[in-house]
Design a protein around this ligand. Structure first.
Ligand SMILES: Nc1ncnc2c1ncn2[C@@H]1O[C@H](COP(=O)(O)OP(=O)(O)OP(=O)(O)O)[C@@H](O)[C@H]1O
Ligand code: SF4
Ligand SMILES: [Mg+2]
Length: 341
């Protein structure tokens, strides 16, 4: 996965064709209080069998970007730019065409399994419905595929679980069912939007391992969305950091953690608890608040919160640029790049 812009890395020719190519994606919501610029020029590519993490604070535009990719934005959203799946444009497609694309090409797992599941329906029936929605299968075939999917997501006794209701399962089991629904039609790209946030740490790790195993089994790509940079460090090959609707840093995970450039990414990193920390030590928090996306100020949108801010940051917005092979950042005064004295 890589940011798509003019400065292509030399190894790109060796990379497989991307499944998804998002270019200059912009999403604006018309609200009573004015236009909310939720996503402002996002570029990314998603390649088969790779895991990309989209990280950022609440309100940075992660979910809206994913909703645009899924084609599930509300009518109040104005979308521009391009989203191509295997070369075919998605932006501007009608609902009927999108129905075929969703589920088979791209599927999404949401944060809260309670919201994704119908409490009055057996879990197996919900999976079988998802199968039947997209594939021309008989009732029996949909049933068999649902049991197979329950087995795939490592739910014990899948034949029995098929007939259970969501309330009879634990939170982790319910999230496995939601993943089974997303996998019903073998999507090429799976988007997991805070898919493990509501779960305890052990279950969170189990679900992440499951998603990675399934990715290897099915050859799909995984776009994991989280506010937790630690989660990205453990599971993603590449990390994209968003702030106020824009990508502000992007790098292969190892290189990012070897030397963060953006002060905002550093603040997110400092907020990760570490095993070597003294107990009861308060974690640093990113002070201040993100900007109002209805009023875009000139200059860097992180400036009011940034410990490295200088006058030029307030005058001109730093563009996202590739400064080293595969490493992108949008900052006039990046960490680790201080001019020699
Ligand atoms: N339907 C909508 N109408 C108006 N504004 C919206 C709508 N949906 C999202 N927004 C705004 O778009 C911005 C980005 O929202 P988004 O849900 O993408 O954030 P996020 O990064 O996913 O945050 P979180 O970590 O809390 O899920 C926010 O300012 C949000 O208020
Ligand atoms: S451009 Fe300036 S204000 Fe923005 S992150 Fe970099 S140093 Fe901080
Ligand atoms: Mg979100």
């Amino acid at each position: 996965m890589a940011a798509t812009a003019d400065a292509a890395a030399p190894d790109l020719q060796l990379r497989p064709s991307p499944l998804l190519e998002v270019s200059d994606l912009r999403v604006t919501f018309g609200t009573r209080l004015g236009s909310v610029h939720a996503v402002q020029g996002v570029n990314l590519t998603i390649e088969p069998r790779r895991t990309l993490a989209l990280i950022g604070e609440s309100g940075s535009g992660k979910t809206v970007s994913a909703q645009a990719i899924m084609g599930i934005l509300p009518r109040t959203a104005r979308v521009s730019g391009s989203i191509k799946f295997k070369g075919d444009e998605i932006v501007g497609r009608g609902e009927r065409e999108l129905r075929d694309y969703r589920g088979r090409c791209v599927a999404m797992v949401f944060q809260n399994p309670e919201r994704s599941l119908n409490p009055t329906m057996r879990v197996g029936t919900q999976i079988a419905e998802a199968v039947g929605c997209h594939l021309p299968v008989s009732k029996q075939e949909a049933h068999d595929r649902a049991v197979e999917l329950l087995r795939m997501v490592r739910l014990p006794a899948p034949e029995r679980r098929f007939y259970e209701y969501p309330h009879q399962l634990s939170g982790g089991m319910r999230q496995r069912v939601v993943i089974a629904i997303a996998l019903a039609c073998d999507p090429a790209v799976l988007i997991a939007d805070e898919a493990t946030t509501a779960l305890d740490v052990t279950t969170q790790a189990q679900i992440m391992e499951l998603l990675l195993d399934l990715q290897q089994e099915t050859g799909s790509a995984l776009l994991m969305i989280s506010h937790d940079l630690g989660l990205a460090a453990s599971y993603a090959e590449e990390v994209i950091v968003m702030y106020a609707g824009k990508i502000v840093e992007q790098a292969p995970t190892k290189e990012l953690f070897a030397g963060v450039r953006m002060p905002y990414t550093q603040a997110l990193l400092d907020a990760i608890p570490r095993i070597e920390m003294e107990p009861h030590v308060l974690l640093p928090v990113v002070g201040g608040r993100p900007p109002d996306l209805a009023v875009i100020p000139p200059g860097c949108s992180f400036a009011p919160r940034c410990p490295r801010v200088q006058q030029d940051c307030q005058d001109t917005c730093p563009p996202l640029q590739q400064h080293e092979p595969g490493r992108w950042w949008a900052c006039w005064h990046p960490l680790g790049k201080e001019p020699a004295q």
